[in-house]
Design a protein around this ligand. Structure first.
Ligand code: MN
Length: 489
């Protein structure tokens, strides 16, 4: 059975604390959602603001294949704003639990039914497709919930949705609830929240119980612990449930995940399924050896399936097979004794409790192979003005391919100012700082500072370290080492 996907990254996802997207950012995400085959895009909530309406209008102008919806309460005023935005459909959200009806709306069951029926009629009279979402459905009285849905079907609603608003369903109760509602003869959709980390599992159970549509957000962003993660749910359907399918182009999943992470500023945990940085990374020697012989030994799917590449991580668990592979990726051919020498040197560093970065590996390999590696970029000078009354300002003097360049930058703090002064130069554009981590090696204020960063250029990620008694020097050193590594290939 084909499962439809409604993505609500632009509505529920944008309700993530601290996230706010501009109309052009929303448009970029919507373009990608349409491109990868999302059936329905919830573009926002038209009642919210003028700016929100502008961004919904921008999206409805695009003639996407995807159906475009706006969130709406069952109120004429809300629906009129949706009509003004020229959406195809509304996600009409009607609270159905006693808690919401009595505590929030201070109304009665009968009045709520009237409100819901009138809103559906008004939408249908104005040519809108209507998906009626019962808010807090999972904590609603089942008979009343059915009454709301039955009424909506009598009033020609197009689809209905069960919202697990506070994420309290379990895979068993989700299956039972959807099974109980499967007599309804319009498509049933499932909107789950991840308060107990069960959103994806519950959504998959809902499908088995009879749901034919799922609500998701990219990277699972959303209020509190977020919503059902698009990538986890869609790839699970594809790989683990042969009786179901979606029309999503799975090999584009990593791209859209990165786009949303970058535009929202909500970064992805490294161990997140499918899209986390470690999802296809291997360090252990036994695993790496197995993977190289046959990738199915330690991977349930190939990274290419979701638009990614496999990575072998350098560390003390790494065997010579994985290491040799990593060196080949760096363009280095080594013989057996050189390979063992590099492996031993890595273990010495790792045994001191250090993370072995890509730049460390390069340096170790260069030393063993006696290669003189010319860095394209050298730091000559960095000067900082900082204090509690001035905006932190940095000036830097660096040499790029033998040409000395001076530049300045400001930032929220001195490290930020120094990095800004460097990265505003042309040669650094397209390079993103995706991780920044500081450790002090000894205890006091005179401690050595160990800065480890990760930089990304297109789909290439490198890690680098700077160790200095000064946090700014350590940060700049790590940054430049990483950039040299990225520019070396
Ligand atoms: Mn929600």
């Amino acid at each position: 059975m084909n499962i439809k996907v409604l993505d609500t990254t632009l509505r529920d996802g944008e309700q993530t604390p601290g996230v706010s997207l501009t109309p052009s950012e929303k448009l970029r995400i919507a373009n990608k959602l349409d491109e990868i085959g999302v059936d329905f895009i919830e573009a926002g909530s038209a009642i919210t603001s003028e700016g929100e309406r502008d961004s919904i209008k921008e999206i409805t102008k695009q003639n996407y294949n995807s159906e475009i919806l706006s969130f709406s309460r069952p109120l004429i005023g809300d629906i009129d704003y949706c009509l003004e935005c020229d959406v195809d459909a509304v996600n009409l959200v009607v609270p159905t639990s006693d808690l919401h009806i009595k505590a929030k709306l201070k109304t009665s069951h009968d009045k709520l039914l009237d409100l819901s029926n009138d809103a559906v009629d008004y939408c249908k009279d104005h040519g809108l497709i209507v998906e009626l979402s019962a808010e807090d459905a999972s904590r609603s009285d089942l008979d009343f919930l059915k009454k709301v849905y039955n009424n909506a079907v009598d009033h020609n609603v197009d689809r209905i949705c069960v919202c697990d608003t506070v994420g309290i369903l379990t895979p068993d109760s989700a299956y039972e609830l959807f099974n109980e509602l499967s007599y309804i003869d319009v498509p049933i959709s499932c909107h789950c929240h991840n308060d107990f980390g069960l959103a994806v599992a519950n959504t998959l159970s809902a499908i088995k119980g009879g749901a034919s549509e799922i609500h998701t957000t990219i990277n699972g962003i959303g209020e509190r612990a977020g919503n059902t993660s698009f990538e986890e749910c869609v790839v699970s359907i594809d790989r683990l449930f042969p009786q179901f399918s979606t029309d999503i182009q799975i090999n584009e999943i990593y791209d859209i995940s990165k786009l949303v992470a970058r535009l929202t500023g909500v970064y992805i945990q490294p161990n997140k399924a499918i899209v986390g940085e470690n999802a296809f990374a291997h360090e252990s020697g036994i695993h790496s050896d197995g993977i190289i012989k046959n990738s199915a030994t330690y991977e349930p799917m190939t990274p290419e399936l979701v638009g990614r590449k496999r990575k072998f991580i350098i560390g003390k668990h790494m065997g010579t097979h994985g290491l040799n592979n990593r060196l080949k990726e760096l363009g280095l051919e080594v013989n057996d004794s050189q390979l063992h020498q590099i492996c031993d040197n890595i273990k010495v560093l790792a045994d001191k409790g250090k993370t072995v970065t890509d730049v460390d590996l390069q340096v170790i390999a260069d030393n063993v192979l006696e290669i003189n590696h010319e860095d394209r970029i050298k730091l000559d000078e960095v000067t900082i003005v900082s204090g509690n009354k001035v905006m932190p300002t940095a000036s830097v003097k660096i040499t790029i391919d033998d040409e000395q360049i001076l530049n300045a930058g400001v930032g929220l703090g001195p490290v930020d100012a120094a990095i800004n002064a460097i990265k505003s130069l042309d040669v650094f554009k397209d390079i993103d700082l995706i991780e920044y981590h500081v450790d002090s090696i000894t205890g006091g204020t005179d401690a050595f500072i160990d800065v480890i960063i990760k930089l990304q250029k297109a789909d290439k990620v490198v890690s680098a370290r700077g160790t200095e008694s000064d946090i700014i020097n350590a940060s700049v050193k790590a940054y430049i080492a990483g950039v040299n590594r990225l520019l070396a290939d």
